[in-house]
Each structure stands twice: as structure tokens, then as C-alpha cells.
Design a protein around this ligand. Structure first.
Ligand code: ZN
Length: 356
């Protein structure tokens, strides 16, 4: 049973902020019609309490207390795609001497969610050695400020740019983020560390766990037992990690850097992996890397966001690359009950914003 949500239709989207919960209104017609179907399905499958019950019962894995979650019946997890703070974006910050500049128009929106996630495309560092990948990114250490003012809780480093300046730069990135209370997932000093989940504990409300993987890392960038890098492994290993995390959390998120660049629909390899991970117990797969957004699919009890596209990037050659998809998962009683999405266009100076 599949429900395809078209997220490519017209962009008449208005945005309301009401109390702690902001609501996305009037998505494209197609989206609206089909999301009604999904809500019906979901309401019948939502149990009275989350997988862990009203109180998180398991404490086997260290969890990070979530500080900014709101005391509501409904909670929100917000996902954005590729964040690239180097190249022209870096030049813009330097020119203006404002290292949070890319986030100025959208920080409030990002911060208003209980938990905020993005894919950090490239190290934030002033050390390391340029590995001369096709494009090598490295952002000024001061640019962590933008992630901080936006209230990011966790970023994925499992992508094709984290290792652009080698292990030293990757490790400094993790450290700089940690100092600002932003956790990372999907990279580390070895495969064990790169594959380790991050778990957030919102008191009695919910526990959310994150895993992150990539299938597009350049040669030598994948973490091994004795080598730092990004999390890149077999589908069997990923499914095993999902099954292990399943009992620890209410909401299980897998971030995935994958797919074909500039393709507006998912490919069979993405689908095969996504179905496997949902079958293993993942609640939501959030994809990125194609630089354009792709469709959202409801598959069994899981949601698959194939590509969020660019969030902060400098690919000004097409509308699709200058417009990301921001997705909000609504969590009630420990389960995702709905998904809402909105496009976030970028200004000419690489600032994403939400249209009024
Ligand atoms: Zn990428």
C-alpha cells in the first residue's frame, strides 16, 4: 500500500505561527488531497501510548536531555537538507562579517520545533589537509554560529563532503558542534563511533533516536575499524543497527545521504534501502544529496522523505536547486501522526526563508 505525495506542485503555501506550534497551511492541491488519505490510515494505527509508554522505560543507552521541547500534547521534529557553509556562502558571510548570515531569515522557524535536524555538507574547521575532491568544502569555524542561533540539536555528517579536509578537520567539526550543544551523527574516529546513534530524551513526552548513513562517500572516506570517516555500510548492518535502536526510542529516524544528483524522483536503490530500513523498524527516513527535492512516500508504518534538497547552498543555476524542502514530523504519544512539508526558497545571497 503506497501513498505518493507530490511535493512538486505549485507553491502557494502560507505559514502560520500559533503559540509554540506553527502550522503549515495550504500545501499544493495534490498534497492536500492525498494527505487526507494518510491521516485516516494513521489514526487507525496510532496506539494509545508510544512504543515506550508515556514514560521512557529504557535507559540502557545514554540519552541527551532535550532542552527546548515544549509542554504540549503534540511535538515536532523538523528536518532540513544540505547545509553548505563554504564557497560562495562562506564568501558572503565573510563579506558581511556575519557568520550566522545564512540563517537570519529562518532561525526562528527552525528553533520553534522541539527537535531540529539538518545535513551538514562539509567540515567546519581551520585544520586538516585538502583531499582535493571534485569540490572540496571547509567552512570557517565562526560559521557554527548560524547553526547555534537556529537551535539545531543534531546534524548528520554522513555525506560526501565531511572528509574533504581529512580526519583532523572532521574531528574538529564534531568538537566545535559539541561545544555549542549540537550533536552529530554518522561520522567518527572509527566505524563504531561513526555508526553510533544519538538519542534525545524529551522527558515523559518522547525519545527520538538518530542514525545516519551515506552511499555516496568518495573512496577512502568511509570509516573502518581503525580509520576515521563517515558511516557507510551494508544494508544488513544498517538494519541490524535499526533493530538494536528500536526498543530504545519512540521515534526512530534514519538520515540518508544518497541518490542521483538533480534527479527529481527517487531511484530504485534508494527505494530498496528505504523499504529495508522501514521493515527493520525505522519510523522515518530523511534523505538528501540530490540537491533537489524528491517525493515523500508512506510505506507501511514508515515515512520516506527521499530528498530534502538544498537548505543552504550556492547552486544558483536553477530554481529547483535554490529551493529546499523543510519537513516537519508531528509526534503524538510517541508516534509520528503526520508529516507536513513546505518549500524554503533561497535568496540570491543564500538565505533560506519561508514565504508568507
Ligand atoms: Zn552530497
Amino acid at each position: 500500500m503506497r501513498y505518493w505525495l507530490s511535493v512538486f506542485a505549485a507553491s502557494l503555501v502560507s505559514f502560520l505561527f500559533s503559540g509554540a506550534l506553527y502550522v503549515f497551511f495550504h500545501p499544493p492541491r495534490d498534497f492536500e488531497a492525498r494527505s487526507a488519505d494518510i491521516s485516516d490510515t494513521m489514526s487507525s494505527s496510532v496506539s494509545p501510548v508510544g512504543r515506550l509508554g508515556a514514560v521512557g522505560v529504557s535507559a540502557r543507552v545514554n540519552a541527551t536531555p532535550l532542552s527546548k521541547f515544549f509542554e504540549n500534547k503534540e511535538h515536532s521534529l523538523l528536518f532540513v537538507g544540505d547545509i553548505m557553509l563554504s564557497r560562495n556562502v562562506g564568501a558572503e558571510m565573510e563579506l558581511r562579517n556575519d557568520y550566522a548570515y545564512p540563517f537570519r531569515k529562518i532561525a526562528d522557524v527552525l528553533r520553534s520545533a522541539d527537535l531540529t535536524f539538518g545535513n551538514l555538507e562539509g567540515p567546519i574547521s581551520d585544520v586538516g589537509k585538502d583531499k582535493h575532491n571534485l569540490y572540496s568544502f571547509r567552512a570557517d569555524p565562526r560559521s557554527v554560529e548560524g547553526l547555534k542561533i537556529s537551535g539545531f540539536d543534531v546534524v548528520s555528517l554522513a555525506n560526501n563532503h565531511t572528509m574533504d579536509w581529512g580526519e583532523e578537520a572532521m574531528e574538529q567539526t564534531i568538537e566545535l558542534l559539541r561545544k555549542e550543544h549540537i550533536l552529530s551523527v554518522g561520522a567518527g574516529k572509527n566505524a563504531e563511533e561513526a555508526g553510533r546513534p544519538q538519542i534525545f530524551d524529551a522527558g515523559d513526552s518522547f525519545r527520538a533516536g538518530f542514525l545516519a548513513y551515506t552511499t555516496v562517500a568518495p573512496p577512502g572516506a568511509g570509516a573502518l575499524s581503525n580509520r576515521g570517516g563517515v558511516s557507510e555500510t551494508s544494508l544488513e548492518n544498517m538494519k541490524k543497527a535499526v533493530r538494536e535502536l528500536r526498543d530504545e526510542v519512540d521515534v526512530l529516524v534514519v538520515s540518508f545521504h544518497w541518490g542521483e544528483e538533480y534527479e527529481k524522483r527517487s531511484g530504485s536503490e534508494q527505494q530498496r534501502i528505504a523499504y529495508g530500513l522501514v521493515d527493520a523498524g525505522a519510523d522515518i527516513i530523511v534523505g538528501h544529496h540530490p540537491h533537489v527535492s524528491q517525493e515523500i512516500e508512506k510505506y507501511k508504518n514508515g515515512w520516506i522523505v527521499y530528498s530534502l534538497g538544498n537548505f543552504v547552498f550556492d547552486q544558483y543555476f536553477s530554481r529547483q536547486t535554490m529551493e529546499g524542502l523543510m519537513v516537519k514530523a508531528i509526534v503524538r504519544e510517541g508516534r509520528i501522526i503526520d508529516i507536513q512539508s513546505i518549500f524554503t526558497p533561497l535568496t540570491e545571497t543564500y538565505q533560506p526563508y519561508v514565504e508568507n
